[in-house]
Design a protein around this ligand. Structure first.
Ligand code: GLC
Length: 736
C-alpha cells in the first residue's frame, strides 16, 4: 500500500509541477465558499506595540484567519511572528490558503537607506535597483512578502509632503526609477525567498493635488494624465510590478478607488495588467466622504466592480461583499476574477509551495543590518547628495584642519536623517554629522558642536553658544533643514522656507567671517535664498538614512566627489509654485527683458533658485562637439546625437549628461523641453569621453490633437548638457 501511496504522491507532485499557476489557482478557487473568497480580498493592519517595536494580530483577526475570512495583514513582521500567524492560516483554516504579509518598505526595513527623492538624485538606476534589492533581502528575512512601494507619483509641487517619497517632477527620470525599484524588490524570480512583490502607487496623479495639499482634488486633462502622471506606472508595470495601489484623490470628479477609466480602460484593457490592485488605507471607505457612495455598502460595490481587488482597512468588503453578491449587485464572476488575481500572486511568491519560506529566524538574524546592508546604504547615501554651491573650491575640506565647528539643529540629530516612512529604522543606528566627521578625522582635530536652535522653534537662546563655537574654529559646518515629520504623508507645508529661526542663525554665523558650509537635510525643495546668496558652499543631502553622517563626511573631506543632480526644481518663492522645467511656452512666453504682458509676475522673477537636473562636482566638465547623425529624418527613423565630455579639473568625478528635446510645433502645444535620456559617466582628470544617444521615434511621440500617440513631422531642437538650463543645442526635422 505504502508503495502505491508514494507513487501517487510522486505523480501528483509531478503533475502539480506540470500544472500551470492558473490551473492551480482555479483548482483552489473551485473549493472556496463565498466567505472564503471575500476573505482573500480583505486586508487589516496588525497592532503595533511602540514599546517592543513589534506588531501582532489584533483581537479577532486570528479567528478571521482561522475561518478563512482574512487573507492579508499589513504591519506584521518578524520571522517568528509571521510564522506564528501563517501557521494558523495553513494548518488550521479549512483550505489552508497562506497569508500575505505587506509592509511599507519605502527606503528600508531596519537598515534605513536614503529617502526615495534622495536616491532619485543619484540618477543611477543600478544603484537604486541595488538599494531596493538590499531592502527586499532584509525585509523578506523578516517575513515580509510584499512592499507598498515604489511610490511613483510625479510631484511638481514641493508644498506636497509626499514629494519626498517619489522621484521628483520628471516622467522620464521617474519611469527609470520606478523600473529600477520594481526590479530590485522583485529580483529575477518572485518565488525566491529574498524577493518581495512590488506595488506601484498611488494610482494615479496623487501628486497633482491642488495647492499641494495632501488628499486634495486633482484636475487634469487626459493628455497630461497620460504624458506626465501615468508614465512611471506603465514603466513599473513593464518592469513586472506584481501589484498596484490606488490613490486617495479624485481626478476630475472620479476618485481613483472607483475609477473605471484608470482601473479598467487603462490598467486592464490597454496595459493588460494581470496583477492585483489594493486600495489605499480605507480609500474604499472614503468614497462616502468623497460623495460618490451613500454608505459603506455602496462604496464596497463601487470598489469591487471598478477593479479594486483588496480592501485595505475599510472593512467594506468584509462587511458587505457577500451580501452584494447574494443581491446580484456584484457578479460572482467579477468576484472570482479578483480572488484569482490575489491567489495568483500568492502562488507566484511560492507561498503555496512553502508558506514558511520567509520565516527563518536564523536567516533574519544573519541579514538584519549586516555589514553588507550598512555598506550598501552608505554607498547609496554618498551618491544621493547634490552639491548646490562651492565658491572658491571651499570643498573638499583639507584633512589637516585643527578645529571644526559643527552647528545647527540637524548637526547631531539621531532621528531626522532616518526621514519619513523609515519603518523599523532605529535612531540608535544613525551616524550623525558630528559623529561622521569625528569618524573621518579620527581625533586629529577638535570638533566643537553647538545646536544653535531647534528646527522650528522661535528661541535664539543657543545663538551665542553657536557664535562662540564658530569663532573658535577654522571652518563651520552648518546643518539646517526640516525635521523628518515635516514631509511624508499628511505633511504638506504652505511655506518652503527654512523653519524656525534657522535663517537668522545662518545670518549671525555669516557675520563671524568664518567660512561656512551649509548641509541641508529636508524632504522637499526649500526656498533657501539667503543661504544661496551668502553661504559659500551648500550640500543638499535630503535624508540619507543610517549612514548619513559617514556619507556626508566622505563628501566634505573629498573621499567621494558628489555627483547628484536635482530631480526637482527649487523655487525662489512658494508663490512661483508650481514651477517645473518642462513647462509650456504659452502665447506670451516670459522675457526678462520686458516682463509686462508676458507670463510673469509684477513683483518676482519666474526663474528658479536651482533648476531641474542641477548639481555641481568638485571637478569641472566641458561639453563639446555636439553633432547629429542626420538633420532630416522620416517618422520611422532614429537619430544619433553625439557629444564629447571632458573632465577639465584635477579631481576624478562623475557627470550626469542629460539629453532634452523640444518639439517646436505640434497639433497641440508641447513643453519647452523634455528629458529623453541621460548617462552617468566617470572621468579621470583630463579624460574625455565621446557619448552617443539614440533618439528613436518613440522618444518623439506624444498624444496629438486626437489623442493618438504619434510622431508628427516638423522641426525639433535637441539639447545636451549638465542640467536643464546649461545646454548645447542642435536642430533636426522630421519629414512628412
Ligand atoms: C497610507 C499611504 C500608503 C501606504 C498605506 C499603508 O495611508 O497612503 O502609501 O502604503 O497607507 O500604510
Amino acid at each position: 500500500m505504502k508503495k502505491y501511496l508514494l507513487l501517487f504522491f510522486a505523480f501528483s507532485s509531478l503533475f502539480a509541477q506540470k500544472k500551470t499557476i492558473d490551473q492551480r489557482v482555479d483548482s483552489v478557487l473551485a473549493l472556496m465558499n463565498l466567505d472564503e473568497k471575500v476573505g482573500q480580498l480583505v486586508q487589516y493592519t496588525g497592532g503595533f506595540d511602540t514599546g517592543t517595536r513589534t506588531a501582532s494580530p489584533k483581537q479577532g483577526q486570528i479567528e478571521l484567519i482561522r475561518s478563512g475570512k482574512l487573507g492579508s495583514l499589513l504591519n506584521i513582521f518578524g520571522a517568528q511572528q509571521t510564522r506564528k500567524v501563517q501557521k494558523i492560516a495553513v494548518e488550521e483554516s479549512r483550505l489552508k490558503i497562506p497569508m500575505l504579509f505587506g509592509l511599507d518598505v519605502i527606503h528600508g526595513f531596519r537598515t534605513t537607506f536614503p529617502v526615495p527623492i534622495a536616491e532619485a538624485s543619484s540618477w543611477d538606476p543600478k544603484l537604486v535597483e541595488k538599494s531596493a534589492r538590499m531592502q527586499a533581502i532584509e525585509a523578506s528575512s523578516a517575513g515580509i512578502h510584499w512592499t507598498f512601494n515604489p511610490m511613483v507619483d510625479i510631484a511638481r509641487d514641493p508644498r506636497w509632503g509626499r514629494i519626498v517619497e517619489g522621484s521628483g517632477e520628471d516622467p522620464f527620470l521617474g519611469s527609470v526609477m520606478a523600473a529600477s525599484r520594481v526590479k530590485g524588490y522583485q529580483g529575477d524570480d518572485l518565488a525566491a525567498a529574498n524577493s518581495i512583490a512590488a506595488c506601484a502607487k498611488h494610482f494615479a496623479a496623487y501628486g497633482a493635488a491642488e495647492g499641494g495639499r495632501d488628499y486634495n482634488t486633482v484636475e487634469l486633462t487626459e493628455r497630461t494624465l497620460r504624458e506626465v502622471y501615468l508614465r512611471p506606472f506603465k514603466s513599473a508595470l513593464d518592469a513586472g510590478a506584481a501589484t498596484f495601489m490606488v490613490s486617495f484623490n479624485e481626478i476630475g470628479g472620479v476618485p481613483s478607488s472607483a475609477n473605471p477609466f484608470l482601473l479598467k480602460k487603462i490598467l486592464r484593457d490597454e496595459w493588460k495588467f494581470d496583477g492585483f490592485v489594493v486600495s489605499d488605507w480605507n480609500s474604499i471607505g472614503e468614497l462616502v466622504p468623497h460623495g460618490i457612495a451613500k454608505d459603506l455598502k455602496e462604496a464596497a460595490r463601487l470598489g469591487i466592480n471598478t477593479g479594486v481587488d483588496i480592501d485595505m482597512e475599510a472593512n467594506a468588503y468584509h462587511r458587505h461583499l457577500a451580501d452584494l453578491v447574494n443581491e446580484n449587485k456584484v457578479s460572482i464572476r467579477d468576484l472570482d476574477e479578483s480572488v484569482r488575481r490575489v491567489l495568483k500572486i500568492k502562488f507566484r511568491l511560492g507561498l503555496f509551495d512553502d508558506p514558511y519560506k520567509y520565516c527563518s529566524a536564523d536567516r533574519e538574524k544573519k541579514t538584519i543590518r549586516n555589514e553588507e546592508m550598512i555598506k550598501a546604504t552608505r554607498e547609496a547615501a554618498k551618491r544621493s547628495a547634490v552639491l548646490l554651491k562651492n565658491e572658491n573650491h571651499l570643498l573638499p575640506l583639507k584633512k589637516d584642519l585643527k578645529r571644526i565647528a559643527v552647528i545647527g539643529p540637524l548637526a547631531n540629530s539621531k532621528v531626522d536623517p532616518l526621514g519619513p516612512w523609515n519603518q523599523q529604522g532605529d535612531s540608535a543606528d544613525v551616524v550623525t554629522v558630528v559623529e561622521g566627521i569625528k569618524n573621518k578625522i579620527n581625533g586629529k582635530a577638535e570638533i566643537i558642536y553647538s545646536k544653535g536652535c531647534t528646527i522650528d522653534g522661535k528661541s535664539k537662546n543657543g545663538f551665542n553658544d553657536a557664535v562662540a563655537a564658530a569663532e573658535k574654529s577654522e571652518i563651520v559646518i552648518l546643518c539646517l533643514g526640516e525635521s523628518l515629520t515635516m514631509s511624508g504623508e499628511a505633511r504638506s507645508r504652505a511655506s518652503l522656507d527654512l523653519p524656525g529661526v534657522q535663517n537668522e542663525l545662518a545670518e549671525l554665523l555669516q557675520k563671524t567671517g568664518k567660512p561656512i558650509i551649509a548641509v541641508l537635510m529636508n524632504g522637499r525643495p526649500l526656498t533657501i535664498n539667503y543661504l544661496a546668496e551668502n553661504i559659500p558652499a551648500i550640500l543638499e543631502t535630503w535624508f540619507l538614512g543610517n549612514e548619513s553622517g559617514n556619507a556626508i563626511a566622505d563628501i566634505l573631506f573629498g573621499d567621494y566627489n558628489p555627483s547628484g543632480k536635482l530631480p526637482v526644481t527649487f523655487p525662489k518663492s512658494v508663490g512661483q509654485v508650481p514651477l517645473y522645467y518642462n513647462h509650456k511656452n504659452t502665447g506670451r512666453p516670459n522675457n526678462p527683458a520686458h516682463q509686462m504682458y508676458t507670463t510673469s509676475y509684477t513683483d518676482f522673477t519666474n526663474a528658479p533658485l536651482y533648476p531641474f537636473g542641477f548639481g555641481l562636482s568638485y571637478t569641472t566638465f566641458e561639453y563639446s562637439n555636439l553633432s547629429l547623425s542626420k538633420n532630416k529624418i522620416s517618422k520611422e527613423e532614429s537619430i544619433i546625437a553625439s557629444i564629447d565630455v571632458k573632465n577639465t579639473g584635477d579631481l576624478e568625478g562623475e557627470e550626469i549628461v542629460q539629453l532634452y528635446i523640444r518639439d517646436l510645433v505640434g497639433s497641440v502645444t508641447r513643453p519647452v523641453k523634455e528629458l529623453k535620456d541621460f548617462k552617468k559617466i566617470y572621468l579621470k582628470p583630463g579624460e574625455l569621453k565621446h557619448l552617443e544617444f539614440v533618439i528613436s521615434p518613440d522618444k518623439l511621440k506624444f498624444y496629438d490633437i486626437n489623442m493618438n500617440f504619434t510622431v508628427e513631422p516638423g522641426d525639433f531642437k535637441l539639447f545636451i548638457g549638465t542640467n536643464s538650463v546649461d545646454l548645447k543645442e542642435a536642430a533636426f526635422s522630421v519629414l512628412e
